[in-house]
Design a protein around this ligand. Structure first.
Ligand SMILES: NC(=O)c1ccc[n+]([C@@H]2O[C@H](COP(=O)([O-])OP(=O)(O)OC[C@H]3O[C@@H](n4cnc5c(N)ncnc54)[C@H](O)[C@@H]3O)[C@@H](O)[C@H]2O)c1
Length: 344
């Protein structure tokens, strides 16, 4: 199948590209290498995802524009094509849909950080909502009937529930980022209903593992503890997250792909998490234990936009998709540390 993966140079996207190539699909990536984090990290993600790390050295000698031209020109194969394009550019996207005969879309492209969304709400609205609307419009125009969209646990806001099931109210997001993801769930519902597009919206719960975004806590903490630097902990350490290992997320996305290909009239919102709540302070203890090194911690006030906890019920994912949580947090952290030490 010809599968469009937007955001395919990012953390989750690059792992997904790898998975679909392994499964012998044709993968078309659209990613604009947004400056949220380093272009070099994303180039490295791309090269690892298509098993062409030998190009790294040659690329490192070029300037940024040359790097991306070189990358898209030298990675073309019958099964892989990289377009350095913005999902907000409807005309360019349309050309890609036309030329590549897209059959399935997985939209991961987004501005992803919670805290920066408070500083750049208009950018988040433009990329996350209008960008997604472009994708939906093109699915309509090109009669593409299958779509997966990356939603987020952040839509739950500070929900009062003990555990987050997909049917609890999510009308009270507490960051612009969360509001954009909630809005995408609503636009998805509209297009699925009116234009018969089968859609699964996956609410990812704090994803971690090899190639994790450098702005996320686990990556930042491990980097700083190794470098003997102080880490900043916002709040008293009692906020908690449901951390999900990247391979479990990729399997969940792949199972959603299979499900959509074998079912019709689908609009589903599904949690992908680990269903294990870990307090921030305990997460740091696990990292300290795995690094065999104490963290120097500075406590700061809780940040606006940060939710108190996330905790996924994954019964729906298990029942509908056959989703499994295979990776214990402690093991996933070990894998991340091994990758980090190898890569930096
Ligand atoms: N990582 C998590 O814990 C997590 C949790 C919940 C939801 N999500 C969602 O999953 C998706 C992937 O997240 P990630 O952690 O891999 O983030 P990421 O930043 O590593 O990946 C996103 C990719 O999208 C690209 N992008 C950004 N704006 C674009 C645009 N206008 N046009 C084309 N490409 C653009 C970026 O360059 C990047 O490569 C996002 O939609 C994010 O909101 C992630």
């Amino acid at each position: 199948m010809n599968i469009l993966i937007t955001g395919g140079a990012g953390f989750i996207g690059s792992h997904l590209v790898e998975k679909f190539l392994k499964e012998k699909h044709k993968v078309i990536v659209v990613d604009n290498f947004d400056s949220f984090y380093s272009t070099d990290v994303k180039i490295s993600n791309v090269l690892e995802s298509i098993n062409k790390v030998e190009l790294k050295e040659e690329i490192s000698k070029l300037n940024n524009d040359e790097k991306l031209n070189f990358l898209s020109e030298n990675t073309k194969t019958n099964n892989y094509r990289l377009y350095v394009e913005d999902i907000c550019n409807l005309e360019k996207l349309k050309e890609i849909f036309k030329n590549e005969k897209i059959e399935f879309v997985i939209n991961l492209a987004a501005l992803a950080g919670v805290r920066p969304s408070l500083l750049r709400p208009f950018d988040y609205e433009r990329v996350n909502i209008k960008g997604f609307l472009n994708i939906l419009e093109l699915c309509k125009e090109f009669k593409i009937k299958k779509l997966i969209q990356a939603s987020s646990s952040s839509v739950y806001g500070n929900a009062k529930a003990d555990i987050f099931t997909e049917d609890i109210r999510v009308d009270f997001p507490i960051s612009p980022y969360a509001a954009t993801k909630k809005s995408c769930e609503e636009f998805g519902s509209v297009y699925s209903h009116i234009y018969d597009i089968d859609i699964i919206q996956l609410r990812f719960f704090t994803v971690y593992g090899e190639r994790q975004r450098p702005d996320l806590a686990i990556h930042k903490f491990i980097k700083k503890i190794i470098a003997d630097e102080e880490i900043t902990l916002y709040g008293d350490g009692n906020t908690s997250r449901d951390y999900t290992y990247i391979k479990d997320i990729i399997n969940g996305i792949y199972k959603s792909f299979k499900y959509l290909n074998t079912h019709q009239n689908i609009y589903e919102i599904i949690n992908l998490g680990s269903s294990r709540e870990i307090k921030l302070i305990d997460m740091i203890k696990i990292i300290e234990d795995k690094l065999n090194k104490k963290a120097k911690i500075r406590f700061e006030n809780k940040q606006a936009g940060d939710v108190d906890k996330t905790f996924a019920c994954v019964d729906k994912a298990k029942k509908l998709l056959g989703y499994e949580v295979n990776t214990k947090f402690e093991d996933g952290i070990e894998n991340f540390i091994r990758w980090y030490k190898r890569s930096f």
